[in-house]
Design a protein. Structure first.
Lengths: 275, 332
């Protein structure tokens, strides 16, 4: 029996748990029979995950429909993964990428594997790539460092808080920043940001070579694409209205990025050098 | 990759031709707190449905927390992504809010419930929903013969605009941010209050009447319903903002004399209930309510701290003018 939600299934999706030290990561493999490439999606962080989940899943499905196998996952302590968010560090989340990449790279047939990161995921993916992980890299809206992304999340949350509160009850983003910098953990959208998370976020920089595509191409000799998302890409980018933007059509964003991945994989498969 | 770890198991259901993804939190056994087997549980399960477009973990992963908690108290818990949401297949409507308000998820959620009851040998289910999810839960409860109760967090019974006109949004922003704006807003509230009185306190034209009808159907039949409210904009305790129609009071009136509706106000929560205080209060209220309404005889639980009482008899925290609903003591 079919209903109004019916859509024909194009690829197999296998959800599972992947063991990492002290936790299990929730993963979804968008399986493709003879993939031209594989992409490890390093997604939005903490509450950003929830706000942009639908387009992120659709992006994975879009790639899989184009014969690109995708592995997406939840960071340790977030979403369906186990672990306590407050106790996690950027080192843990970096390790997630390395461990999943190793698993993904062992899948057959052997095809190029690209990393794709968004927001803090872009910083983490960029750093992993800089350390030699991945045959190619796609970044959407990489911040200069993780703190910049945390501030953007905080601004969004404060904006929502202010909708629900009147002037006398409102606190500004700078009030909250002052609190955490003075040593009080901050709860944002149900996630408790520890003081260490905030402090460490300043140190988690995007590698210098990834500040521009040209520098990256020269530095790594591997395909790199950096895309700055604008407001019309909300909720994958800042702006828009939560709950109302995530079901819109993102083909305009997905199509050119998917084409780039396929072209990069093709060149990598042929052994062509990137200069 | 594994499909099960500890007390969690990934499950797939057939959502009327669409594959639904969910997570099952295995209930603890009575003595050692270890997960019990999956077959023939003969217990009431709790099914969580999505709030608007949020994935099944919900804001701040609060649904994961609640599902884990009630599973530890012996109740099997299931978090399900409805079609087109989270990891489930299918295409949700781009007019998602209108679709939810019209009850479009009811039949697919009821089908999912039926499979869970069959597969896990449940005696029935309690459907849990927050905000738009509470609307889906209500419709699903009315569509399912297996629904034995509802937990509704900040349900709404009107038809909100998916997108507010820009001018109105700007006016609201001004009212919130400036002193004069706040005063203007207060005058506006008084005018609305007068209009409300003149209208005889009847539901406004944008009330979701089909949803209120489903509520009435379930509540008058004596279905146990736990309704939790967080403070709203300019609300005064449990009471809504001056000039706003009190839907909760109206819903309780509709529920009739035999109702088993319990309304609790969680002053420490924000609308998401995902903040620490909010999620702890939900956990406590829900656990107490489950133990009182769906006790597990084989589960030796110390329920001595519970005090069942009728609202009209004693503590009255806002909903007590209708003396027929069950209330628990305030614990948050």
């Amino acid at each position: 029996m079919e209903n109004q939600f019916h859509a024909s299934r194009q690829t197999e999706e296998r959800a599972g748990y992947f063991e990492v030290p002290g936790a299990f990561l929730y993963t979804v493999l968008h399986q493709v029979k003879n993939p031209v490439a594989r992409v490890l999606l390093v997604g939005p962080f903490a509450s950003e995950r929830h706000n942009s989940y639908t387009p992120w899943v659709r992006w994975a499905r879009y790639l899989a429909a184009e014969n690109i196998e995708v592995l997406r996952y939840d960071y340790r302590g977030i979403g369906e993964s186990t672990g306590v968010f407050d106790e996690m560090t950027f080192a843990d989340w970096s390790q997630d990428i390395h461990l999943l990449y190793a698993w993904f790279a062992a899948c057959s047939p052997h095809v190029p594997i690209l990393l794709h990161g968004l927001g803090i995921g872009a910083v983490l993916a960029g750093r992993a790539f800089d350390a030699g992980v991945g045959d190619g890299l796609l970044l959407w809206s990489p911040p200069a460092n993780a703190n910049q992304a945390l501030r953007a999340t905080l601004m969004r949350w404060v904006g929502l808080e202010q909708i629900l509160k009147f002037r006398s009850e409102q606190k500004s983003a700078s009030d909250y920043i002052r609190d955490i910098e003075q040593g009080s953990p901050l709860e944002v959208d149900g996630y408790r940001w520890s003081v260490n998370l905030w402090r460490d976020s300043f140190q988690l920089d995007l590698p210098t070579a990834l500040t521009s595509q040209d520098i990256a191409a020269r530095s790594y000799r591997r395909p790199v694409r950096i895309v700055s998302l604008t407001r019309n890409a909300a909720p994958l980018a800042r702006g828009g209205q939560i709950g109302f933007d995530d079901l819109k059509d993102f083909t305009w964003l997905f199509a050119p990025n998917c084409e780039w991945i396929a072209a990069a994989a093709s060149q990598l498969s042929k052994g062509l050098a990137y200069a | 990759m594994r499909e099960a770890i500890g007390n969690r198991e990934l499950i797939q259901l057939d959502g009327l031709g669409v594959r639904l993804q969910g997570t099952y939190h295995l209930p603890a056994d009575s003595s050692q707190g270890k997960p019990v087997g999956s077959a023939s549980l003969n217990r009431v399960g709790v099914v969580f449905v999505n709030s608007l477009s949020l994935p099944r973990a919900a804001s701040g992963d609060s649904a994961v927390h609640w599902a884990d908690s009630i599973a530890q108290h012996g109740y099997p818990a299931f978090r399900i992504d409805l079609p087109g949401l989270g990891d489930s297949e299918g295409l949700a409507s781009t007019g998602l809010l209108n679709s939810i308000n019209a009850g479009d998820f009811a039949s697919v959620a009821a089908a999912a419930v039926e499979q869970l009851v069959d597969r896990f040998g449940l005696s029935g289910v309690v459907i849990f929903g927050h905000c738009a999810g509470a609307v889906s839960a209500l419709y699903a409860g009315a569509a399912s013969s297996h629904c034995m109760g509802l937990v509704l967090l900040d349900p709404y019974f009107h038809l909100p605009l998916a997108e507010r006109p820009k001018v109105r949004q700007q006016l609201s922003n001004w009212a919130r941010r400036s002193k004069i704006g706040t005063q203007a807003s207060n005058i506006y509230d008084q005018v609305r209050d007068l209009r409300l009185s003149l209208r005889g306190n009847t539901p406004p034209a944008n009330a979701n009447f089909p949803l209120l009808a489903k509520w009435k159907q379930l509540a008058t039949a004596g279905l146990p319903i736990l309704l939790l409210q967080a403070p709203g904009i300019k609300s005064q305790g449990r009471k809504p903002r001056v000039g706003q129609f009190d839907y909760i009071e109206h819903a309780v009136k509709l529920a009739g004399r035999k109702n088993r509706v319990s309304v609790e106000f969680v002053g420490s929560a924000d609308h998401s209930f995902a903040n620490r205080e909010g999620r702890a209060a939900v956990e406590q209220h829900m656990t107490d309510w489950l133990l009182a309404n769906f006790p597990l005889p084989e589960f030796e639980f110390d329920a001595s701290h519970l005090s069942l009482m009728h609202a009209g008899e004693s503590q009255d925290n806002g909903g007590g003018s209708h003396g027929h609903f069950i209330k628990f003591h305030e614990n948050a």
